[in-house]
Write a protein that binds this ligand. Sequence first.
Ligand SMILES: [Zn+2]
Length: 276
Amino acid sequence: MARIDARDVFRMVNILDGIVTVVAATHVLPLEATLGAVVASQAALAAACLCPRCSFVGPTITRATTAERQVALTFDDGPNETLSPRILDILAQYRAKASFFCIGTQARRRPELVRRLAMAGHTIENHSWSHSARFALLGPQKLAREIDDTQNLLADLCGRLPAYFRAPAGFRNPWLAPLLAERALHYAAWSRRGFDTLDAVPARVLRRVLRHIQPGAILLLHDGRNACDRQGHPVIETVLPTLLQEIEARGLRAVDLPTLLAAGGSVERLSMRSRA
Ligand SMILES: [Zn+2]
């Protein structure tokens, strides 16, 4: 099957816009129709960038196809001085493993905590340096710094280069995929997420994560900021033990992302591969 480069798609949209503009200049089409076509093509590209599990802007791992009864647990936005140790204790209690997608600036503030996560047998992955709300608007140079500064720090702290990257809130642009490919980094999205940063009701968070859960699923929760109930307890503290019990009850095992993907015969990428 022909492979489509994300950058080609980006160029194609811009070439189409150029053609439409020339057509407008020659008055073949009314101005309103021309402007409408330009707006529609740019809106389609913007929608693709803002779709976290979408493959339009690059190869995207959303789950693994595996014969093993495993699911991957992933935690974003840490390390956090309160939540990360608490999550570590709960994972140890249930003999579960997870992947922590750390923010570079957070890791720099709490290097001992990053080392502790790695020493406990969990994997540390890259969630950008600054977790900027403008991440999807950054150009190639700034994106490269966001990736590389975090790779370098986490490798120094853990002795292992992260193999997976996840963008802040999952929002990307077409420049990211080639940069990741050059660095042998894979883009990891998720199958299910709990919205535990927004929803403080444990039953609802749990229902979202467990809905149609299958072997090979990648679950997304957070060890950074978390929604708190009326007593001030982060929702993940209530959700995680129940989630791990439910995973066990369904005959599944919680593992880190590299373990899940290594066990999988093939990785399901809802994607178009980049040639870079
Ligand atoms: Zn995040």
